[in-house]
Design a protein around this ligand. Structure first.
Ligand code: SF4
Length: 211
């Protein structure tokens, strides 16, 4: 990324950090993926139960191979039966660390998530002992309205393509608020402030990451 863009983005990220702290979230800022993945590996440590919220951002920073060597990771796989998925999701909610990424982070420090099934939205409000949320600078938006627009018109379309869903947005390039059986946008969670007894740290990266 161009150095001037990076410097300008750093100012925005530091302002978002102030807003997140005001909303009682913990927040750390990183300049590159190596710093970020090093922080996650050190913070999680060894011998932990880790839940995953199906995040492209987490995959892109490349921590999962290392973490899986010394920890137990709970995430669903396409070949799992409904019962197996349910067991994995319940284990993820009961994890020591839950790793996920929001579709948007607002300048006033709110976190926006849109789910199809809701396993991630459930884990974000109560259950895991610690939650680590990774967000690249591309996820920062002005406000809740803009965050919802981003979730449905940017992140959801990319995820529909990734998951090979035949929803109308992959044809038109915008959210059509569809009635499709395969719709991936069914639940909205907005964390206005940190939930009372859930420990949440937002890890902001001064690079583009995920969808
Ligand atoms: S068209 Fe349907 S699946 Fe696509 S973004 Fe809109 S609600 Fe989600």
């Amino acid at each position: 990324m161009d150095e001037n863009i990076k410097k300008a983005n750093k100012i925005i990220i530091e302002n978002v950090k102030k807003s997140l702290l005001k909303n009682r979230f913990n927040c750390e800022v990183f300049e590159n993926k190596e710093e970020l993945s090093g922080y996650i590996i050190k913070t999680v440590g060894e011998g932990k139960k880790i839940g995953l919220g199906g995040s492209v951002s987490i995959k892109e920073i490349g921590v999962l191979d290392k973490l899986s060597k010394t920890n137990e990771i709970f995430t669903h796989k396409p070949e799992m039966s409904p019962d197996e998925r349910r067991r994995v999701w319940l284990n993820a909610i009961d994890s020591d660390f839950y790793l996920a990424s929001p579709q948007a982070v607002t300048c006033d420090g709110k976190l926006i998530f849109v789910d199809g099934t809701g396993n991630r939205c459930a884990a974000l409000t109560w259950g895991p002992k610690h939650i680590l949320l990774v967000a690249g600078v591309n996820k920062i938006v002005k406000n809740e309205e803009e965050g919802l627009r981003r979730a449905r018109n940017i992140a959801a379309i990319r995820n529909n393509i990734r998951l090979n869903k035949k929803n109308p947005c992959v044809i038109t390039g915008k959210c059509e608020d569809c009635q499709s059986e395969e719709r991936i946008c069914n639940i909205l969670t907005v964390l206005w402030k940190k939930p009372k007894i859930t420990d949440i740290t937002v890890l902001l990266l001064n690079e583009e990451l995920g969808y």
